[in-house]
Design a protein around this ligand. Sequence first.
Ligand SMILES: NC(=O)c1ccc[n+]([C@@H]2O[C@H](COP(=O)([O-])OP(=O)(O)OC[C@H]3O[C@@H](n4cnc5c(N)ncnc54)[C@H](OP(=O)(O)O)[C@@H]3O)[C@@H](O)[C@H]2O)c1
Length: 237
Amino acid sequence: MMDGQRVVIIGGSSGIGFAVARQVVADGGQVVLGGRDRERLDAAVGKLGDAASGGQVDTGDKESIARFFDRIDHLDQLFAPGSSYGRGRLTEISDELAESPFRSKFWGQYYAVRHAVPKLASTGSVVLMGGAYSARPPSDGAAYAACNSALEGLGRALAVELAPVRVNVVAPGIVDSELWAKLPPQVKEANFASYGEQALVHRAGTVEEIAQTVLYLMTNRYTTGSVLYPDGGFTLR
Ligand SMILES: NC(=O)c1ccc[n+]([C@@H]2O[C@H](COP(=O)([O-])OP(=O)(O)OC[C@H]3O[C@@H](n4cnc5c(N)ncnc54)[C@H](OP(=O)(O)O)[C@@H]3O)[C@@H](O)[C@H]2O)c1
């Protein structure tokens, strides 16, 4: 179903983005991967073969996003989950860290869409990355939860503004990706144990499960303005 389609994936060198890239290529599409680190990009492109290419971009820097899209002449699908941010309790977190989810994850995706749109096929789509903490916030991430809620609003508004281009949001719960390997092992263990108790299917998600949801949103021509929660039922408890 992705035959001949060009899919731009910022954050495509690892985790959920890379799993999407793998499924797109397996389905006959081409991918342009974005990320900050050249070596990680080259390694990902090497695993995907001739259907992949990569360019450096930092979603926390809107000039960098503009330069990344200058090198792209057309695309059919955009997915830009690559972002870097922190979280912490309201009275303890630094201003810099508190603002980081909006700076990189919200404005990063906003400007990615803005620069992609003039080159995006009218039959194509945008999938925004949100997160299930929008609906069920943690006790130490008010700005991060609010950022995910804002992305759901952005998705609905852009679906209206950009039609017939479709715009949807994927809002996963905890996913077992490389992101967790960057944190101390006890942080991953504690988060996965608590998530396992709360989610109805008693485990974190896999990157392949989230990628499957993203591919559905890219290919189903009747779905726009939607938010999907591949979260194992976390938001219901
Ligand atoms: N994993 C989860 O539990 C989970 C749950 C809900 C939502 N999400 C969302 O999914 C996104 C991706 O998570 P993941 O689990 O796939 O993480 P990951 O395995 O760490 O992959 C992150 C990808 O994004 C790129 N990236 C990071 N910061 C970037 C920036 N400032 N500009 C451009 N690219 C950047 C990374 O490459 P470089 O480091 O080389 O830039 C990498 O390719 C997260 O940001 C989060 O919003 C994740």
